[in-house]
Design a protein around this ligand. Structure first.
Ligand code: PLP
Length: 379
């Protein structure tokens, strides 16, 4: 089997498993306990926090551990909404966010907030002017993802950060798909809150963090103990946190750049093989501003669900969209935002995402198999 769905989740790196195993065996203490066991666990916890802070170039106490991207997104939106509700009730986000943002925004609408869902163009790109046009005096939060999980597009985060300078709205970005692939620096981009999830970059599932800029205070979403400086109650999952930090250590900016180059070559192999076989395709996304490990392809007249099943039978795992909707036949809301709700391209598009462990030989085999399956399906 060849796994080409790294945007849904990624395999854990062996060194991550090794680190987690060590921590589970040797450091079971509660980081909040004051005895030896607790202090040892606390040291591991703070070392991991420092690794993350260094990767983001922020202060260690601006990093709050959470259970992953969904919790970080919920926390950022809901806590900001409650903290700023007396200043305004308007929130801006985009139509192509992950359900962790969209469904939280829908919940906030039910709670009396007003949400603007910005459209994107046919390349899935957001215009900064549309953010400027939507911004109001009572806007309290702007949440725009750093990179989209279906197209791989990088959104204009820095320009939005610039735009928001001097405006009281907080700026949140869901960096779940971007972190570990491209450099992510909240200070440089004027970002106040940023979500990350470890299972997207060869770390464990069920762990992530929220970067929250120094000085921001809001009523905590979780109620309980005083962990994480009272910002996130609950005993920290130390082994997973240390595993996440280990995964980050393996992804220096040089390694990230090398990986992106390698995945660009993988994409070229797939596209060249399709060209050689005269197979008609179209790239979904913005080739000028995208991460190269994600290839979203529209294959004319090929139903994507059948393509996925046939490739699976031949040993290749790809996706029709985000993992949360892949289990059912819901059309992609991202492609709908790009092309309109009824466009046939939505049902003819697949997402191929490269990652740790993939080799050139595998990608060549995949590309050949893709051609064979497409030809069979078209017959
Ligand atoms: N945000 C984005 C862009 C994602 O791709 C995902 C996962 O697919 C999430 C949030 C949710 O993260 P988690 O699975 O850690 O809850």
């Amino acid at each position: 089997m060849t796994y080409l769905d790294h945007a849904a989740t990624s395999p854990m790196h062996p060194l991550v498993i090794e680190k987690m195993t060590q921590v589970m065996q040797a450091t079971f203490g509660n980081p909040s306990s004051i005895h030896h066991y607790g202090r040892k666990a606390h040291t591991e916890l703070e070392n991991a926090r420092q690794v993350i802070a260094d990767a983001l170039a922020v202060k260690a106490h601006e990093v709050i551990f959470t259970s992953g991207g969904t919790e970080s997104d919920n926390t950022a939106l809901i806590e900001t909404a409650w903290a700023k509700k007396d200043q305004g009730k308007h929130i801006i986000t985009t139509a192509i966010e992950h359900p962790a943002i969209l469904n939280t925004a829908h919940y906030l609408e039910q709670m009396g907030f007003e949400v603007t869902y910005l459209p994107v163009d046919s390349k899935g790109q957001l215009s900064v002017d549309s953010v400027a046009a939507a911004l109001r005096e009572d806007t309290i939060l702007v949440s725009v993802m750093t990179a989209n999980n279906e197209t791989g597009n990088l959104l204009p985060i820095r320009a939005i950060g610039e735009l928001l300078k001097g405006h009281p709205a907080l700026f949140h970005t869901d960096a779940v798909q971007a972190f570990g692939k491209v450099p992510v620096h909240p200070y440089e981009n004027g970002v106040d809150l940023l979500s990350v999830s470890a299972h997207k970059f060869n770390g464990p599932k069920g762990i992530g963090f929220l970067y929250r800029k120094d000085g921001l205070r809001s009523p905590s979403f979780m109620h309980g103990g005083e962990q994480e400086e009272k910002r996130r109650a609950g005993t920290e999952n130390l082994a997973a946190i240390c595993g996440m930090a280990q995964a980050i250590k393996l992804l220096s900016s040089e390694v990230q750049a090398e990986n992106q180059e390698k995945y660009a070559r993988f994409s070229q192999i797939v596209l060249q093989t399709l060209d050689n076989a005269d197979i008609c395709y179209q790239l979904n996304g913005d080739p000028e501003h995208k991460m190269s490990h994600l290839l979203n392809l529209r294959l004319a007249d090929v139903p994507n669900d059948l393509l996925l099943l046939h490739l699976d039978l031949k040993g290749f795992a790809i996706s029709t969209g985000s993992a949360c909707t892949a289990g059912n036949v819901d059309p992609s809301h991202v492609l709908q935002a790009m092309y309109g709700k009824t466009d046939e391209k939505i049902h003819q598009s697949v997402r191929i995402s490269f990652g740790y462990g993939n080799t050139t030989e595998e990608i060549e085999q995949f590309a050949q198999t893709l051609v064979t399956v497409i030809k069979n399906l078209k017959r």
